[in-house]
Design a protein around this ligand. Structure first.
Ligand code: FES
Length: 129
């Protein structure tokens, strides 16, 4: 059964504006990171699963996005934490149009709901680290 959102895409960035390496992005106050490696583009949740450090300040290794705070290493392919198969930094399914990079709307809404739940006292309803 579907909820009708699976095929909706959310524009995230203009491809031409992205730099090689780690790019910070945000939609509705939700932080994301876009990793550009050559022609490859990947999008991840913008906060580390350990203590919510900004992944935009992370380090790019050959096959990992590494949090700069305590060096947790997430697979660029899957988002999985190295050595901890059950722990995964959310990776988004992407769609690239002629100009734009888009992510799946339903995945974004899931992350936004998760981040919002971290701080229920936050009066603007968005994640605040
Ligand atoms: S906050 Fe990212 S490894 Fe600790």
């Amino acid at each position: 059964m579907t909820n009708g959102n699976e095929n909706r895409w959310l524009p995230l960035a203009r491809v031409a504006d992205l730099s090689e390496g780690i790019n910070a992005a945000a939609v509705d106050g939700v932080e994301l990171v876009i990793v550009k490696k050559g022609e490859g583009l990947s999008v991840f949740a913008g906060r580390c699963l350990h203590q919510e450090a900004p992944m935009a300040q992370g380090i790019l290794e050959e096959n990992h996005l590494v949090c700069s705070k305590h060096l947790w290493k997430y697979s660029l392919e899957t988002g999985e934490l190295e050595g901890e198969p059950g722990i995964t930094l959310q990776k988004f399914e992407c769609c690239q149009t002629d100009q734009d990079l888009e992510i799946r709307m339903d995945q974004f809404n899931e992350l936004k709901a998760l981040y919002t739940s971290f701080d229920e006292d936050d009066d603007d309803g968005v994640y605040v680290p």
